[in-house]
Design a protein. Sequence first.
Length: 155
Amino acid sequence: MKRSSIPGLIAVGVVAAIAMWILTKFFYSYMPTVPASVAMTLWLLAAVVGFAAIRVRQRISEDEVGQDRSQLNPVTAAKLLVVAKASAWTGALFGGAYIGRALYVVPKAQELVAAGEDAPLVLAAALGGVAVSVAGVCLERACSVPPPPQGESVR
């Protein structure tokens, strides 16, 4: 499985931001407010994925990967890699979308009461999306193990 491309993640975020900015510009009066649960969910997901990245990196650096119950199972590491890739792309998409909404809401916060009320939650959701993406990339990098040196066999 190939690593997630950082420029690709940024491109997805930029496209999502542009699309959401356009939608918000023309349809803001029809959009519901961003619930606090969106920002909290994104931040919780970022924390869980970030914690997993720390634990996986710790286990790999201590050479605790194997089939024993006290070790990190390689199948579990592969599953975490899938979670990492999904988190990186989902975070880029949601982060970009909420950044796009923030690009409309924040400048209008002084003019529109609804925008002023939306701004803190939109910014929290945007930062949460970016945090999910960063945590996903960190977990993905933590799950990768360098190949053994030439001449050595894989255990």
